[in-house]
Ligand binder design. Structure first.
Ligand code: SF4
Length: 388
């Protein structure tokens, strides 16, 4: 999606979790499930509300009254904590107000294997959900415990099997590596198990230890050890080799897909496209302006329906300043995450940075595109910081 082309991608945030995982600093809350009904009502109010900042009806390109959403992503938190009836309300409201065509749009729901049974999966399928992103993280129960996940390996396998037998073809598995105490062999086993399930998409993330999480405290108090950098790099390299050998295309630093199954919703983020985020803590971006909704569930619910208080996101200032260069910096550091890279023309004005990166072997030029080298993939942050 091109910048300024209208909004074709919508994210809906479901900030409820049964239990907070020990590494998690996302906008998600445990023990607030009694608020789900009211939260869903608030979502529907926001879906029906006019957009902020005086933007025109957002989901249509100018003069294009027949515009339809290309992607809808219901993420969290744990969306599958919602009942089927909640999904029905949300999706039918989107269909009514935001031109969603369930036959042609990519409709993703993030799923936790412990929070949806066959019945719920069946309902999601019937509502038009055509992509499941399963938060597996590991198939090793000891590591799932370290992460504080509520499910075990058997739950993932059962859930995956149910989803497949119900007819979900487009399934993504999220996996985490460099979990404290995880050996290279254990990570290799996780990957082999995942590949054996034949999902169409895999995301592999190295564990980031965020401050103010229980895992951070455990590490600070020397109760558990972080994985050393060398092992972490070897795990990452192994992931790339194993997944590419299994027929997956490495299309973004942490993402792999069978041809045609790249996540269109996330590709739009990396292309610095426009999107609207609905729900507590959700971020939006339209033509260089970014903002986020309040992260508080209660505040979100209690806000009058038509004008939810949208605070500018933390990046709003820099995004606005950046607008003078057409949001070029954002386009570069987001776009370089994609393995195809970006057309050389987009780097105009950044010749010095580009030359440095070429000399350091972090960037390469191919068919008029600059893209990360293998070394650049491994040291991505050193590349991105030149454009922030
Ligand atoms: S399920 Fe996801 S969002 Fe919820 S606490 Fe765990 S990592 Fe965080």
């Amino acid at each position: 999606m091109e910048r300024g082309a209208g909004v074709r991608c919508v994210y809906i945030h479901i900030p409820f979790c049964r239990k907070k995982c020990d590494y998690c600093d996302f906008v998600s809350y445990a023990g607030k499930e009694e608020l789900i009904d009211r939260y869903v009502e608030a979502l529907i109010k926001e879906i029906n509300s006019p957009p902020p900042f005086g933007f025109p009806p957002l989901l249509l390109r100018e003069g294009d009254k027949g515009g339809e959403l290309e992607t809808l992503f219901i993420g969290g938190g744990t969306p599958t904590l919602l009942e089927s009836a909640h999904f029905e309300k949300i999706i039918s409201s989107i269909i009514c107000h935001l031109s969603l065509d369930i036959c042609h749009s990519e409709i993703t729901v993030e799923a936790n294997p412990k929070t949806a049974d066959r019945q719920k999966l069946q309902a999601l399928k019937e509502l038009g959900v055509n992509r499941l992103s399963i938060g597996a993280q590991s198939f090793n129960d000891r590591h799932l415990k370290t992460l504080g996940r509520i499910h075990d390996s058997a739950d993932i396998l059962r859930f995956y099997d149910d989803a497949r037998s119900i007819g979900f073809e487009n399934i993504s598995l999220d996996l985490i590596f460099a979990i404290p105490g995880q050996t290279l062999e254990e990570w290799q086993t996780d990957l082999k198990t995942a590949i054996g399930l034949r999902p169409n998409h895999l995301s592999t993330y190295n564990l980031t230890i965020e401050e103010s999480t229980p895992l951070h405290e455990e590490i600070t108090n020397n109760r558990i050890q972080i994985t050393n950098n060398e092992t972490e790099a070897t795990m990452f390299e192994y992931s790339i080799e194993a997944l590419v050998a299994a027929g997956y295309q490495h299309y973004e630093i942490s993402n792999f897909a069978r041809p045609g199954f790249e996540c269109q919703h996330n590709l739009n983020y990396w292309k610095n496209g426009n999107y609207i985020g609905i729900g507590a803590g959700a971020h939006s971006h339209i033509n260089g302006q970014r903002w986020s909704n309040t992260a508080s569930i209660e505040e979100y619910i209690n806000t009058p329906s038509s004008f939810l208080p949208l605070s500018k996101g933390e990046n709003a200032e820099s995004a606005l300043a950046d607008e003078a260069r057409g949001g070029q910096r954002e386009t570069l550091f987001l776009g370089l995450r994609m393995l195809d890279g970006l057309s050389a023309a987009k780097f105009q004005g950044f010749e010095e940075e580009v030359n440095q990166l070429l000399n350091e072997g972090l960037l390469a030029r191919n068919h008029g595109h600059y893209h990360l080298t293998r070394r650049g993939i491994m040291l991505g942050n050193q590349v991105f910081e030149r454009f922030v």
